[in-house]
Design a protein around this ligand. Sequence first.
Ligand code: SF4
Length: 362
Amino acid sequence: MIEMDKRINLTGFSQIELVSFIEQTGEPAYRGRQIFAALQHRRLQSFAEMSDLPRALRERLQETASTSTLTVESRYLSEDGTRRFLMKTHDNLPVETVFIPEQHRDTICFSSQSGCPLQCTFCLTAQLGLLRSLTPGEIVEQVIIALNDAYGVGETSPRGTNLVGMGAGEPFLNFDSLMKALRIMADPQGLFIVPHRVTVSTAGVVPRIRELATIPDRPNLAVSLAAPTNEMRNELMPINKKWPLEELLGACQEFEQTLKAGERFTFEYVMLDGVNDSDEQARQLANLLNRHDLHARVNLIPHNPADPLPYQPSPATRVEMFKSILESKGVRAFVRRPRGRDIFAACGQLAAVTQTVGLTAS
Ligand code: SF4
């Protein structure tokens, strides 16, 4: 029997909410600010570590509130330094997070749902189905755990941290929790990861793209296309049957028109050998984007193979040819180098894989 933790998770509270929660317990407001900083700035994950709080208060809080609800089950290290964390929620559902170190910055790829309800045929996560959407606290805690693992509890990271919402799940089907988590993480007295350091990727949930166009403090947007025609996209990304390309690109156009200096908007195109990578498909893709007057860059992502999936990555020469056709038609294109493939940490590979030859796990 799984023991459910019914306590309130303070990691999912904004500073204002935490202050008001603490005031309701009869404590002064500054204690709320102190606890927010302990959780979000010092990245402490238990009341016991908050030794600047009176013991009696810590004991009282412990009964009704929690500071951490995720448990790290396994941690895998890639040859390229990427770390993949397989975590469990308090109700025993898988959550995956990936930490990717780079020369000038680190990137943390977080999950917005446990599993995913969308059925993209090139993605291993799809095979889990939707288990449930994650709470704001569960989204924030993934980032805290990854930073603490890389640098030690409360230690300042030597490089900036970027976030990408490209782990398991469709972030825009958990929009309110996602936006709340991003606002908590942007607080200067907390993690202080501001929206322009965050990119959220959607499979094409049109109403939320339109909503994001109206929000001032928003993350960067990436839209996954994977195909230049409705026929092919219906097959690869069945969400296309609900919001077909014309509708999706119409919303993208509206969004692009609201872009402010410093904001980024990109398309993602997974490259599947012999499926969506021909010269003709490159021309179709360029024409489609040009027809909609879209100027966003296209990130070409060689598919990350995973055993039950029926696809192979496009060869490097094919990817280059595809890229040059796009460029010849005025579309900016960029090839994204896969990270952490050997530990099933790359895009589309997150599906709670726990046993693979050659993994370094702890
Ligand atoms: S690619 Fe993204 S949206 Fe599609 S099934 Fe996988 S996790 Fe869900």
